[in-house]
Write a protein that binds this ligand. Structure first.
Ligand SMILES: Cc1cc2nc3c(=O)[nH]c(=O)nc-3n(C[C@H](O)[C@H](O)[C@H](O)COP(=O)(O)OP(=O)(O)OC[C@H]3O[C@@H](n4cnc5c(N)ncnc54)[C@H](O)[C@@H]3O)c2cc1C
Length: 416
């Protein structure tokens, strides 16, 4: 009889974990509060980007963050609150935003990003490209000399990690974008990056899992657990009880709440971001681009165009601050002035919650409190980029195999 495994959370991390576990012969049940049609893993910018090897907590981010916090339209915002978890998280974040920690963490991120990039292509080859994956690289575009200097330094660092980069002037960038006008001083192209439509990827994984016999227990909320010593015996939900031999918690920004029901403390904050998607734009970008001065991400997805950004640490809620969404739209138009797209009504603005760890590394691995519990979350701005590798690692951990890469740095107990 095959071993049964329950995955809590049907986001990119949960579904990729289910994908690899199912392939290895596990009897997989995914328990998801929603119906896997929306959420953080759907409206994101769609980048699978080894170029993003620098964690959010890096030198300079605190000073810049404090400056930005004074502006209501800035890309980064922490809503001041007297909340003990937020205070603990901020102290840990500040403690990690230094050169030494960043230099320690870059190789860890680089390893998992490369593994995931390769596995994402393998998923495309296996399931078919039903999710508009395009392997054309990603631009980092800049307008100011300071940003240019910073991006060229990052490109040098990328080269030392073995990542190919192309530094281009404004005219060369324009030559690569024949359909739209681009106003930029220049940019760095990372050819290894690719992008896709995250909602279509989620739909593809969901259909594949159902076809292969995985059980997707939708519209079902996990409310507690039954334990027996160091074993989690079953997951209690509003739709009944599910016994499990192995359990994976992949609940995104809600991981702390779910883990708390098992007496486990997880240091995490939710970082809200917005996106706006325009369908069937007449003239589209040929390459995705991060507009670095504005912290805006632009992604062509077939005939559609998505713009996204902002990092708002304001707790778990779905509130939209229109000014911040407007700043994304204005940022996009300052680089691409002739897009001719209108600012949408509030109901057309999507938002999602990035699960942020203080040091920018995810939590992946077993937890010492239970012998059948695996945690997989905290992927911040990289959940799509790292979903395939995380799923593969979860499967290797569940099978007690050696893991494809060293995962010691992803230990979920590193803040205990
Ligand atoms: C604007 C924006 C742009 C982004 N762009 C990119 C990008 O280009 N590339 C990239 O790599 N990443 C990007 N990200 C980050 C990425 O979207 C996330 O890291 C990723 O989606 C997290 O996936 P997850 O599966 O961990 O969490 P989620 O997608 O949030 O999934 C967790 C699931 O758990 C479920 N759940 C929670 N609690 C319970 C419970 N008690 N019972 C049952 N179910 C429960 C939730 O309903 C949810 O569906 C972006 C994020 C934002 C906001």
């Amino acid at each position: 009889m095959s071993k049964n495994i329950t995955v809590i959370g049907g986001g990119a991390i949960g579904l990729c974990s289910a994908f690899y576990l199912q392939k290895e012969g596990f009897d997989v049940t995914v328990i998801e509060r929603g119906d896997i049609t929306d959420g953080t893993s759907f409206g994101n910018a769609g980048y699978v980007s080894p170029s993003h090897f620098t964690p959010l907590a890096s030198p300079g981010v605190i000073a810049q963050g404090l400056r930005w916090m004074l502006s209501s339209t800035s890309p980064f915002y922490i809503k001041p609150r007297l909340n003990i978890d937020l205070i603990k998280w901020m102290l840990a974040f500040w403690g990690k935003a230094n050169k030494k920690t960043v230099e320690q963490n870059i190789p860890q991120l680089n390893n998992i990003l490369h593994l995931s990039r390769q596995l994402t292509s393998e998923i495309k080859n296996e399931l078919g490209n039903h999710f508009r994956m395009a392997e054309v690289g990603c631009f980092m575009l800049y307008k100011s000399p300071e940003t240019e200097k910073h991006e060229i330094e990052l490109a040098e660092q990328a080269k030392r990690l073995g990542i190919e980069t192309k530094v281009l002037n404004g005219r060369q960038v324009q030559d690569m974008e024949p359909e739209v006008e681009v106003i930029t001083k220049g940019g760095v192209l990372y050819p290894i990056d690719c992008h896709l439509h995250p909602g279509d990827l989620m739909q593809t994984l969901k259909s594949h899992l159902i076809a292969k016999g995985a059980k997707l227990q939708l519209n079902t909320e996990v409310t507690g657990f039954e334990k027996n010593g160091d074993q989690v015996k079953s997951v209690i939900t509003d739709k009944g009880k599910f016994d499990c031999d192995e359990l994976v918690i992949a609940a995104g920004s809600w991981m702390p709440m779910v883990a708390k029901k098992l007496g486990i403390y997880i240091l995490m904050q939710a970082g809200k971001g917005y996106s706006i998607t325009y369908k069937n734009v007449g003239k589209n970008l040929h390459h995705p681009a991060i507009l670095v001065d504005k912290r805006v991400a632009m992604t062509p997805m077939g005939n559609d165009l998505r713009m996204g950004g902002t990092m708002e640490i304001s707790g778990i809620n779905k509130n939209i601050l229109l000014k911040r969404a407007r700043a994304i739209y204005d940022g996009a138009n300052s680089y691409y002035p002739k897009l001719g797209l209108d600012f949408p009504s509030a109901d057309k603005i999507w938002n999602g919650l990035r699960p942020l760890t203080p040091d920018g590394l995810p939590y992946i691995g077993r937890h010492s409190k239970y012998n059948n519990l695996i945690l997989a979350g905290g992927h911040a701005m990289l959940g799509l980029s790292l979903a395939a590798a995380t799923g593969k690692l979860v499967e290797e951990i569940a099978c007690n195999k050696p893991t494809s890469i060293d995962i010691a740095a992803f230990n979920a107990e590193r803040y205990n």
